[in-house]
Design a protein around this ligand. Structure first.
Ligand code: TTP
Length: 645
């Protein structure tokens, strides 16, 4: 649910940069013969020529659209080149595109705070860079303006004038401009410079929006594609929003947007101006009401996050129609493959970025035989993440079994799975001074590397204890079997035989109590409790049974739920269980960018959870004649009727 954030005191310069037909450009760089040709990238599933996921602008000129399949695209544009997405483990392998995106991010991040918003999108906070330019080398001569900046589209200026470029040059150098516009002009020049660098260094073109906030920058970045940028001066915000259809706004594409249309007759963002803040709050709650009132005026306080790396990693696969999985063996086969990929990705994140993921979540789309229209969803399940491919595979399978148990409610019926995914979330930077732990969680073979060790197996942090642990000199030597402390006392890392159930229990129970633990354990334990407290206060906690108790706990919960006549939500959110081995995860830990990579059905479900949290709303309201049947997380608890339906 949208939240109105406080506005910054000072004007900011924010850019949203979006690559043009990104996967196509990556393929064109791999095969330059495709440059300038109508080209599309198609899914690995080649039914009817495969679904198009990226379409070049040349192909778009022939009427080819992303919604088409390859066969249809060929009918519309016989000369089209169809390139298949690389495949690994029987599913799309996006690594090529991910690393191409990282190349671009590395360049863009050189000028200010940079938030990687998806595989091919980035937000930049260029306020400091723009201020510096204004102080050191303000644009004062139209002739000296970089050509790419002179080609900017500036809202409010005539866009089709024959002398557009001249007008833009003059606007960028206006001596009588107010300070906001001067900063924006500097921002436009900086973005143009960055886009030129991206082209020179990666061969990719991109488009951008430059405005005083994220919302406006994002709204205009795709306005003039490909390879162009659009600037939103404050003076043109009202005109721009007046005609902007509500559904174009990021958070208004779904039920809130439909409610605005159906219940208030609002078609454009500008239409919202006729409602007072109180009226909007009365209708949609304090937070959403204020947020709507502000966006109608182009106000948004959302900050650019300093984040170049994803908040989570996810791997998913869909099994449409006859490909649906109907038995545990086939689920295990696919889960093993998904987990193998996930394991490789978190291992490489650990090795390269010194980041550690803490939560493993399994999502699935399941229907019961003969009950295809049932609204009951498969409950997503989470547990502490243990490093090592086979451990992730084992835990994921247990999560699946636990979810299936809840889903089937003791019925002895057949089922069929149309999508599966695993996500590693709650990723933390490993604090400095904990390098020895890295030796434990990484290893030459991820399949043999251990879980995050428990307190009994982790070397003490030298900074905290006199028992100095000598870090092994290379990875091979520190295979996680048995190591010896200087005092001769042996300790072992978690052995392959130790089961996941104990792991869940140990991590959630022991961390806070461990004396003289390594700093990573302290860090993790601190992170846990801080997050827990925060989520409790936010009313955001989603409780997921630890592995050991998942079946028992879910049975008990189920019993409770049925006793209360409550509908268990698909996110398994609910009152915090009293069991000490409960494991908490926050849907906010899942990166929206990663969600984009998941199968569409799962994506929709998760996107329902990861809307920004809403503070408790004291004014409860109802839409007459409507009953909630959705699975939104409401602002009081997960079993209440949600605010939007
Ligand atoms: P987009 O940025 O949505 O689109 P695009 O870059 O292809 O084209 P545009 O110039 O209009 O921005 O998506 C980025 C990449 O993400 C896209 O190249 C392919 C991939 N993608 C999918 O795999 N599935 C999808 O449903 C979408 C929308 C994109």
């Amino acid at each position: 649910m949208p939240v109105a954030r406080p506005e910054p005191q000072e004007p900011r310069v924010i850019a949203h940069v979006d690559m043009d037909c990104f996967y196509v450009q990556v393929e064109q760089r791999r095969n330059p013969a495709l440059r300038g040709q109508p080209t599309a990238v198609v899914q690995y599933n080649d039914w009817k020529g495969g679904g198009l996921i990226a379409v070049s602008y040349e192909a778009r000129g022939f009427g080819v659209k992303r919604s088409m399949r390859g066969d249809e695209a060929k009918r519309v544009c016989p000369g089209i080149n169809l390139v298949q997405v690389p495949v690994a483990r029987g599913k799309a392998d996006l690594n090529l595109y991910r690393s191409a995106g990282s190349e671009v991010v590395a360049i863009l991040a050189s000028k200010g705070k940079c938030e990687r918003a998806s595989i091919d999108e980035v937000y930049l906070d260029l306020t400091d860079a723009a201020k510096e330019m204004l102080l050191q080398a303000p644009p004062d001569s139209p002739e000296e303006i970089l050509i790419e900046a002179a080609k900017s589209n500036i809202l409010g200026l005539p866009s089709d004038a024959s002398e557009k470029e001249k007008i833009v040059r003059a606007w960028l150098c206006r001596p009588d401009a107010d300070s906001e516009d001067k900063l924006l002009a500097c921002g436009a020049i900086i973005v143009a410079q960055l886009r030129v660098r991206v082209l020179e260094e990666t061969q990719f073109t991109c488009s951008a929006g430059i405005a005083h906030n994220k919302m406006l920058a994002k709204l205009v970045s795709g306005m003039h594609k490909p390879a162009q940028q659009t600037v939103v001066p404050s003076s043109s915000v009202q005109d721009f929003l007046a005609s902007l259809p509500v559904k174009k706004m990021k958070q208004l594409g779904g039920k809130l947007g439909s409610s605005l249309q159906d219940d208030l007759g609002v078609e454009t963002i500008g239409d919202l101006l006729s409602f007072t803040e109180e009226k909007l709050q009365e209708q949609y709650g304090v937070n959403t009401g204020t947020w709507l009132w502000k966006i109608a005026r182009g106000i948004s306080g959302e900050e650019v996050e300093d984040r170049l790396l994803p908040k989570s990693h996810g791997c998913g696969k869909t099994f449409p129609g006859p490909k649906a999985l109907k038995n545990s063996a086939s689920v295990k086969g696919w889960l093993d493959q998904l987990c193998e990929e996930l394991s490789e990705r978190i291992q490489s994140d650990l090795n390269q970025n010194k980041r550690i993921a803490q939560t493993l979540t399994l999502h699935a789309r399941v229907s019961k035989e003969n009950e295809r229209d049932s609204v009951k969803k498969f409950p997503s399940k989470s547990c502490p993440l243990r490093y090592g491919t086979w451990k992730i595979q084992e835990d994921a399978m247990k999560l699946f079994e636990s979810g299936l148990h809840d889903f089937l409610e003791y019925q002895n019926t057949g089922w069929s799975i149309t999508s599966l995914s695993v996500t590693a979330s709650k990723i933390f930077d490993i604090p400095s001074g904990t390098s020895s732990i890295l030796r434990y969680v990484k290893g030459p073979s991820s399949a043999s590397s251990p879980a995050i060790p428990d307190s009994s197996s982790v070397p003490e942090d030298p900074s905290l204890d006199n028992n100095v642990y000598v870090t092994p000199s290379n990875e091979e030597q520190c295979e996680p079997s048995t190591s010896e402390k200087e005092d001769g006392k042996k300790y072992s890392a978690i052995s392959a035989k130790q089961c996941s159930a104990n792991e869940a229990k140990r991590i959630s129970k022991k961390f806070p109590e461990v004396k003289g633990t390594s700093s990573i354990l302290k860090f993790l334990s601190r992170g846990q409790s801080a997050l827990h407290e925060k989520r409790k206060s936010d009313g955001l906690i989603c409780s997921h049974p630890g592995l050991e108790s998942s079946l028992e706990a879910s049975r008990a919960e189920e019993h409770n739920a049925s006793a209360q006549g409550a509908d268990r939500s698909s996110t398994n959110c609910g009152a915090e269980p009293s069991g000490s081995n409960a494991w908490m995860f926050n849907v906010e830990d899942i990166d929206p960018a990663v969600v984009e990579e998941l199968p569409p059905e799962i994506r929709r479900e998760i996107q329902g959870w990861i809307r920004p949290p809403k503070q408790p709303n004291t004014k409860r309201r109802e839409f007459p004649g409507r009953k909630c049947s959705c699975r939104h997380v409401c602002d009081l608890c997960c079993r209440h009727v949600c605010d939007l339906c």
